[in-house]
Design a protein around this ligand. Sequence first.
Ligand code: UD1
Ligand code: UDP
Length: 364
Amino acid sequence: MKRVLLVFGTRPEAIKMCPLVSELMQRENIDPVICVTGQHREMLHQVLDAFHIVPDYKFSVMKERQTLFDITISILELMKKLLADIQPDLVLVHGDTTTSFATTLACYYMQIPVGHVEAGLRTHDIYSPYPEEFNRQAVSIISRYNFAPTESAKHNLLREGRRADSIFVTGNTAIDALKTTVRDDYRHPILDWAQGSRLIILTAHRRESLGEPMRQMFHAIRRVVTEFPDVRLVYPVHLNPLVHKIAKSELGDCDQIRMIEPLDVIDFHNLLARCYFILTDSGGIQEEATYLGRPVLVLRDKTERPEGIDAGTLKLIGTSEESIYRNFKMLLEDPAMYSAMSNVSTLYGDGFACKRIADIICAE
Ligand code: UD1
Ligand code: UDP
């Protein structure tokens, strides 16, 4: 029996690891142990509830306005003890968060093998996104198994000198999650509110955008929305108080804009599937929207998900007010551009990533 410890702590990691937890639970030769660090609190619990996952170990490292030092130090300390207690054969981490980086570092110190889910994504600029690009590169140096979602992620790893026999192209587990959440008979008050209008979804939270870039983003978005009476925009605001403050001052008091609490993953995926298009600085939403055939204007200067850019479903529009104003307006006004960006695509996965990852772990 192989003891596999899965460690995650934020909303996106949970969305992409919960389907893998369910898959591993069905395997006879695997003993999955689930640990959540609590880097996020409410936003993490929403996902665990939606997927009915009960962690074996539940920590709560989150502090309001936590720094990267706070998260790294807390997780290193708790992992030192947990790894010694559990003695796992393998630890699985996901993506690019500080939970994943600090857990991987602890595993390295204790010489425990790590499997990295969603390995090989790169912008090659360690300050964009910050600190995610550093986190994922650092995890790759240590990880024994690299579960790359796409061929291009695999090539990034090979170019960095990772061993070919450590890399497995599996697809992204985000698509496995989507296959269980999107329903035909779905209803939500936001859909009633937006009935007869074009519904745009906005999300924004990146650390490097906090402050002036985020203010410019929101200013441009409000200008465009008010010029198009047939547009309704919903913004589930990230719980970071710094994001809240800017959102409230730039987007508040507009009848066409609804700022709401973070949606649970089932609501969010179903709204994503029904919206007109998305404005986001998120990583995972770029993959999900591409699978659902929803165009995305990416509020960032760089993306680690170039496949969607090449296929034309994603467009990088940066964070400056002028660029966001121009591109947002263009996509509302230009049906040819809209139709070219609306292709459904399995570029990021076909919904069987968890099965492939579990097969590989069982076979080793
Ligand atoms: C973190 C990850 C980022 C990931 C993002 C997904 C790091 C350094 N950052 O960024 O890679 O893209 O999650 O959302 O790993 N907060 C709450 N409740 C919650 C969650 C957050 O109140 O449930 C507030 C807290 O004040 C917290 C702040 O948000 O201090 C920021 O959270 P943090 O995890 O540090 O950064 P994120 O921007 O969420
Ligand atoms: N998401 C959600 N509720 C929301 C907003 C996003 O469940 O209100 C989901 C979304 O479907 C995606 C993930 O959260 O799977 C993205 O999280 P986030 O943007 O916080 O992180 P990133 O992907 O940028 O790391």
